[in-house]
Design a protein around this ligand. Structure first.
Ligand code: GLC
Length: 533
């Protein structure tokens, strides 16, 4: 039986508000995505993951949904969406929606009714409500990811409701049958319109502990400076998320999606969930998942990559999703290369992204080698930037407009962009790279083509080769095809002895220089090379 289409496919993550503005209001929109379909197609990818498109008061920029059935007015209309979907399908591109079903906006009609409809009302338990503790404080010690208690008091009910993120993002109660069915029908409705699948936001958090047990603290010896700033990290989230039975809920979601044919549903999980293994089991759960392990890494060593792959291999039936960059974390080249990243680093990271076993997520601009944008306090729009300044500028540095062409807004809009188009990206626009065979963009296209043209790179197993650090070497193998993937993770040229390479052929796709002599290979700084064994 042929493998499902999503195994080994390459998805391009479009952060809609910052991709391309078609109507001059300064915000990217769905017709803007449609206008750039040829560009996306030219990368060689299989489909697009669209960041949330539903109406939202934008406290957390679309991750607080006020109506799961509609389209955010800034982004266009339902007709615009249907047009984009049809246009993408006509070009052979799949469309994956980002569904945020663990919580809603506090402006969602479900929440308003839960709050005001009385404790016996039909939606009274659609959210996680609890009485105050005896001393009048929050019902338990749960902390919100964005800081402070994960509870908000509502005089109208004389109760607190649980919110894992902002207080404007009340947690939906997946233990309640009505709420659960309503959330599942959201998926049915969009699948009926023809979407190809979903990315599920914070998929480890659907279920909470019904007894509302306190979370245990992280022992002080294990706390980092970072944990103190992001106080939510001071406890282990064992009772507000990561419950073993969460996997059953994910399983039910997957079955619901599969009832519509060959669709794909993958989830976002935290590092802690990766440690608990709560997001996957050998046979159950979603089709695939990614965690923040690769997204948060700041130093790149062969050991780190091996450890990550080994964690995943504990779940042999699980198909991974690989992601180094998205709208929540600093862009890859800045994370690993600091303020003056070497130009070769971007290519090497892109090559590594496409070489690891899994379904691959490319974040818009990653193919251009964009660094993180630096923004001033008054330019920030992300609530996390607001909360954590000056310790952290939040997530906006990864969310600035896609640089298309020279000009004051880098070709993103005729109006005033919602986040500034940064001069740091001026020399990396699509127009500047389009006709340059040595550009990041040209390399990205070659790299995706290598991946798509090779069953071993798409679906094959991954075996590490024994080689001295800082060189990372592994073989992707499927049937008769075997491709060795070599990466010099350092800024210095390196020489590696790898007897398995004897007699192999260097592939044309490579970043940096490589010289092969028998079973020895010389690699320039940040080289990524591929050999056919
Ligand atoms: C996910 C999203 C992030 C959002 C959070 C709360 O992690 O990627 O942007 O803030 O969920 O919905």
């Amino acid at each position: 039986m042929a493998e499902p289409w999503w195994q080994g496919c390459v998805l391009y993550h479009v952060y809609v508000r910052s991709f391309f503005d078609s109507d001059g209001d300064g915000q990217g929109d769905l017709p803007g995505v449609e206008a750039k379909l040829d560009y996306i197609k030219s990368l060689g990818v299989d489909g697009i993951w669209l960041s949330p498109i539903h109406p939202s008061p934008n406290r957390d920029w679309g991750y607080d949904v006020a109506d799961f059935e509609g389209v955010q007015a800034d982004y266009g209309t339902m007709e615009d969406f249907q047009h984009l979907l049809d246009g993408a399908h006509a070009k052979g591109l799949r469309i994956i929606l980002d569904e945020v079903l663990s919580h809603t906006s506090d402006e969602h009609a479900w929440f308003v009714e839960s709050l005001t409809g009385g404790k016996d009302g039909p939606k009274a338990d659609w959210y996680v409500w609890a009485d105050p503790s005896k001393d009048g404080t929050a019902p338990n010690n749960w902390l919100s990811v964005f800081g402070g208690p994960a509870w908000a008091y509502q005089p109208a009910r004389r109760q607190h409701y649980h919110h894992k993120f902002l207080r404007q993002q009340p947690k939906l109660n997946w233990r309640n049958h009505g709420a659960r069915e309503a959330a599942l029908s959201v998926l049915d409705n969009w699948l009926a319109k023809g979407v190809d699948g979903f990315r599920l936001d914070v998929a480890g958090t659907f279920l909470h502990d019904g007894a509302l047990s306190d979370n245990p603290p992280v022992p002080s010896a294990e706390r980092t400076r970072d944990d103190w700033a992001h106080a939510g990290n001071l406890q282990r989230h064992l009772f507000d998320s990561n419950l073993p039975e969460n996997v059953e809920t994910l399983e039910a979601i997957r079955k619901r999606v599969e009832a519509h044919g060959e669709r794909f549903v993958f989830g976002e999980f935290s590092e802690e969930e990766a440690r608990c293994g709560a997001y996957l089991s050998p046979t159950e759960g979603l089709h695939s998942a990614y965690t923040f392990v690769l997204l948060l890494a700041r130093t790149l060593t062969p050991k780190f990559i091996k450890d990550h792959c080994e964690t995943l291999s504990a779940y042999p039936a699980h198909w991974p999703t690989i992601s180094f960059s998205n709208h929540d974390v600093p862009r890859t080249v800045s994370r690993f290369g600091g303020e003056n990243p070497s130009p070769d680093l971007a290519k090497m990271m892109f090559a590594l992204l496409l070489s690891l076993r899994g379904t691959t997520l490319i974040y818009q601009g990653e193919e251009l080698g964009l660094p993180q944008a630096s923004l001033t306090r008054d330019q920030l729009r992300d609530p996390v930037g607001d909360l954590y300044w000056p310790y952290s500028g939040g997530r906006d540095g990864a969310r600035t407009p896609m640089p298309w062409a020279p000009g004051p807004t880098l070709g993103f809009t005729d109006g005033t962009p919602w986040l500034p188009a940064t001069s740091e990206h001026e020399h990396l626009t699509v127009a500047a790279q389009e006709d340059d065979p040595g550009s990041n963009l040209a390399f990205a296209r070659e790299m995706v083509a290598l991946r798509k043209g090779s069953p071993a790179m798409t679906l094959g197993g991954l075996e590490f080769l024994d080689v001295a650090e800082p060189v990372l070497a592994f073989v992707r193998r499927q049937d008769d095809e075997a491709i060795a993937c070599l990466f010099n993770l350092s800024a210095e040229p390196r020489f590696a002895d790898i007897p398995e390479l004897e007699g192999s052929i260097l592939l044309e796709v490579r970043a940096g220089d490589a010289e092969l002599r028998g079973g020895s290979i010389g690699l320039s700084a940040y080289a990524a090379v591929f050999l056919r064994l």
